[in-house]
Design a protein around this ligand. Structure first.
Ligand code: GUN
Length: 274
């Protein structure tokens, strides 16, 4: 079965649209885009498209790729101080000469609807989910709840290493009583882990990393990131050869990012009501 991320996201968008239509003041989302690589462009375009769909205002600040780290920190600081701007995001990744970490740390944590700031992330560690959760991990968790997949007793291999998705999703799965195996693209003999797993979640930017002989029958396969090679998009999962072997798989083309965007807008709407 192909995971219908669009349906889950659309249900969320329609609920938000109804709610916003009854609000006196439309909520807005501010975004900074520095590195206009094709993935980030596409991603930000989705954020704008769906924000507009639910009648949320969307404002994009674009900066040249050669902006210095110090200049970008200053720009973030301006948004931190601007009382008209209640929350904003900085689209990642940033160009190589700018540290993602430094920029994330400079965002005022109360304005961080991405939930990337270290103090916000730390809340997941102590399982304080009273406020927000980070958008992509929450999107993956929504897939499990939508399809009523009980994570207790499940062996789940998670393959990637980013701070913004990999660590929080592991914690969220651990808190849901799953048995979590942590791998990355350099794990020796990855298949020894994927082949015993009920669920595999991958986001390494390695085209077709997960092949049919690496997973067991009827596993659930979630592909969270793609990469561009020679202007062609590749996913981590060798979708064509996996779609019949798995019980559920995320679609290609298409991606769990629909749910990331839906959760970002849900966080923004929630923040606007506080
Ligand atoms: N780059 C990839 N995923 C994300 C995300 O969820 N938020 C931001 N700001 N940048 C990203």
């Amino acid at each position: 079965m192909i995971i219908d991320w669009k349906k889950i996201a659309l249900e969320m968008y329609n609920e938000m649209k109804t709610e916003i239509s009854g609000m006196q003041k439309k909520p807005g989302l501010w975004a900074i885009l520095v590195w206009n690589n094709p993935s980030s462009e596409k991603y930000v375009e989705q954020k704008r498209k769906w924000a507009e769909f639910i009648w949320m205002d969307f404002y994009l600040y674009r900066f040249r790729e050669d902006i210095s780290e110090k200049e970008l920190v200053n720009e973030v600081e301006k948004l931190n101080l601007d009382e008209k701007i209640s929350w904003f995001i900085v689209q990642l990744p940033l160009p190589n000469h700018i540290s993602d970490k430094k920029i994330i740390n400079s965002i005022k944590r109360e304005k961080d609807v991405d939930w990337f700031h270290p103090i916000n992330q730390w809340k997941i560690l102590i399982w304080d989910n009273s406020w927000f959760s980070p958008c992509t991990p929450e999107g993956i968790m929504k897939i499990f709840s939508y399809y009523e997949i009980d994570l207790v007793w499940k062996i789940i291999t998670v393959i990637w290493k980013s701070n913004i998705v990999w660590k929080p999703i592991r914690l969220m799965l651990i808190n849901a009583w799953a048995t979590v195996i942590s791998c990355n693209s350099k794990t020796p003999d990855l298949s020894q882990f994927t082949s015993i797993s009920d669920i595999v979640i991958s986001a390494t930017w390695n085209p077709n990393l997960i092949k049919s002989d690496m997973v067991k029958e009827d596993s659930i396969l979630i592909d969270v990131w793609f990469t561009f090679l020679d202007w062609k998009i590749y996913w981590d999962m060798d979708f064509e050869n996996l779609k019949d072997k798995s019980s559920m798989i995320t679609p290609v083309p298409g991606w769990v990012w629909a749910l990331t965007v839906a959760n970002l807008l849900a966080n923004t709407l929630k923040a606007s009501k506080k």
